[in-house]
Ligand binder design. Sequence first.
Ligand code: NDP
Ligand SMILES: CC(C)=CCC[C@@H](C)[C@H]1CC[C@H]2C3=C(CC[C@]12C)[C@@]1(C)CCC(=O)C[C@@H]1CC3
Length: 331
Amino acid sequence: MRKVVLVTGANSGIGLALCERLLAHDGQIQLCLACRNMQRAEAARLALLASHPESQVALLQLDVGSVRSVFQAAKEVKLRYNRLDYIYLNAGIMPNPQLDIKAFFKGLFSSNVINMFATAEGILTQKDNINSDGMQEVFATNLFGHYLLVRELEPLLCQPDSISQVIWTSSSNARRSAFSLEDIQHQQGTEPYSSSKYASDLVSVALNRRHNHQGLYSSVICPGLVMTNMTYGILPSFFWSLIMPIMWLIRIFTNTFTLTPYNGAEALFWLSLQKPESLDPLAKYHSLTSGLGKNYTQPHKVSEETQYLISSSLTQPQQKRNYIKLTPGLQ
Ligand SMILES: NC(=O)C1=CN([C@@H]2O[C@H](COP(=O)(O)OP(=O)(O)OC[C@H]3O[C@@H](n4cnc5c(N)ncnc54)[C@H](OP(=O)(O)O)[C@@H]3O)[C@@H](O)[C@H]2O)C=CC1
Ligand SMILES: CC(C)=CCC[C@@H](C)[C@H]1CC[C@H]2C3=C(CC[C@]12C)[C@@]1(C)CCC(=O)C[C@@H]1CC3
């Protein structure tokens, strides 16, 4: 039986590069591109078929930021397929990004410079919107819609005697301090992207606790800094063209500047080759590229604080809330 692979946000950037890599490795898979815009999805399907004419590439209409669309798409998947081997939760948004130029230059001349380039800590904020379901758009798209999709597809993902993998595209920008259990949608703050990505790291661990015994394994990856529609939205395009040589130079000092979607998809692709039982449920898998352009994947354990937060919130919600309140700086 041909394996079924579903990829959200498959029509561009890292998602599209992943599809290309999956088909190049195994032309026998049944690939399903889950996208909100059918025109862009069809263009991606044609591009994939041009390089892999024999492959099976289907389209699925899915706006992951709409509850109704997620229910509809999940229903459609259950009608179309009787198995689901891999589900890549990759679609994501970063609306109205604002780069703090002052903080950027301050960081440039500090000992934190490498961390700043790797994570954008302290220099990037966003202005979120309310979506048609009345939710914060970033939370709904990057996290909640994907979570709902997994829950709706449990009958396919948790079948007896079969293994399936859920793989989230998280980010190095995911940060504990941006996330609060008292405000999981991040209504109050200015870093909804960071918060939503941290929440996906938590949800992945929770899914493992809940479903590993049913053969469902969840992992998170971080693609590094990749030049895609998302990153091009942060600065004017002429500026990116100007600093591009500097970006390639920086790659000599930090392996997190993967830069191309192909490189950024490294950890996503690598995970498809692993036995999920052998993966660390508490690790985040990073796509990295060396100065000489060699791609590799490296696991980074989530912090002890995160592990504590997961354990306490899953077992003793009240104790967890006290922990948040009593620990300064974790609001
Ligand atoms: N680029 C980077 O440096 C990094 C990216 N990431 C993550 O990688 C993932 C892919 O982003 P990237 O390839 O960079 O950027 P792109 O903007 O190229 O890709 C994002 C994809 O998500 C889709 N998408 C957005 N909103 C929805 C929605 N509501 N429903 C369905 N699909 C949607 C987009 O579709 P459409 O074309 O219709 O907009 C697009 O296909 C994201 O989760 C992002 O957060 C993480 C770390 C770094
Ligand atoms: C000279 C030079 C390279 C300037 C670029 C400054 C910033 C625009 C980048 C520095 C760190 C980058 C970064 C991201 C976007 C662009 C930067 C802020 C991300 C936030 C993109 C999306 C992610 O998920 C993580 C990235 C971390 C690093």
